[in-house]
Design a protein around this ligand. Structure first.
Ligand SMILES: [Zn+2]
Length: 269
């Protein structure tokens, strides 16, 4: 268990600096497509259009793509340390998860959904009281729509969750996790406005959907290396999230891994 120094946290905590730039470039690429189409016809214009559109679709849907918005995918360390990140809470699993973490002297960051936090404020306060961090994982977790939200709807999900979590917990999150890992060109605008840095992951077991703890654990441990950011979930309908974490914590202890939570930038408002 360790906390990261402030200098390191500053370099890890990267708020998108010019999210408008990528939007401008995307608009420009479409002007170029129209120009190509007009000058050379559809044989050049159509492939150019498809190429630019597919690039944006790929960058939106591929969770580790950073074309549209920077993301932290692993910690730059050679030490056997991992950052546990737990999405989708709070939930009925939060209490048992906190007990487990305490038993293993482990720390984690909980990426919370605002509307769930408002309904279970005690669980949010427990997370902080017991020494863990919280992050922003949208206000309502619109998993089927998140990738195609426009700037206003995106701001409603990200900005509103900042307000909800601040009211419930007394702390303003500094980290953001995209819903189902999807990040369209508008995410960066809200992250900049709220001084949030996006966190992706380097190890995941699909424990949000898969109900076989053996398979989930095999997928997770295969990708765990020094500096891994581990994506976990709580409250999944299959009910195995706590068991998965228990077995992961045992594995980490056996393999000599410690858990770390990067400290938040000191210049936070
Ligand atoms: Zn989620």
């Amino acid at each position: 268990m360790a906390s990261w120094g402030m200098t390191r946290a500053r370099t890890l905590h990267r708020v998108p600096r010019r999210p408008g730039l990528i939007l401008g470039l995307l608009a420009l690429s479409q002007v170029a497509v129209v120009a190509l189409w007009w000058r050379w016809g559809w044989r050049i214009g159509l492939p150019a259009m498809l190429l630019t559109h597919l690039t944006v679709v790929w960058a939106t849907l591929y969770p580790r793509a950073t074309l549209l918005c920077p993301a932290l995918s692993r910690l730059p360390t050679a030490r056997r340390e991992v950052w546990l990140t737990i999405d989708d809470g709070p939930s009925a699993d939060t209490g048992p998860i906190l007990d487990l973490l305490e038993r293993h002297d482990a720390r984690a960051t909980f990426f919370l959904v605002g509307e769930r936090a408002v309904a279970q404020p005690e669980r949010v306060r427990d997370i902080l009281r017991r020494g863990h961090g919280i992050g922003n994982h949208s206000a309502s977790h619109p998993d089927t729509r998140f990738w195609r939200l426009g700037p206003a709807a995106m701001e409603d999900e990200i900005g509103r969750n900042q307000s909800l979590l601040t009211v419930v917990s007394g702390q303003t999150p500094r980290w953001f996790r995209s819903v189902v890992g999807m990040t369209n060109p508008f995410v960066g605008l809200s992250l900049k406005r709220h001084r949030l840095a996006r966190v992706a992951w380097s190890a995941r077991g699909f424990d949000g959907v898969d109900c076989d703890p053996d398979q989930v654990l095999a997928r997770l441990t295969r990708d765990i290396a020094p500096g891994a950011i581990v994506l976990l979930h709580e409250g999944a309908a299959h009910g195995h999230n706590v068991e998965i974490l228990a077995r992961l914590l045992e594995w980490l202890a056996r393999e000599g891994y410690a858990t770390v939570v990067p400290s938040e930038p000191a210049d936070s408002p």
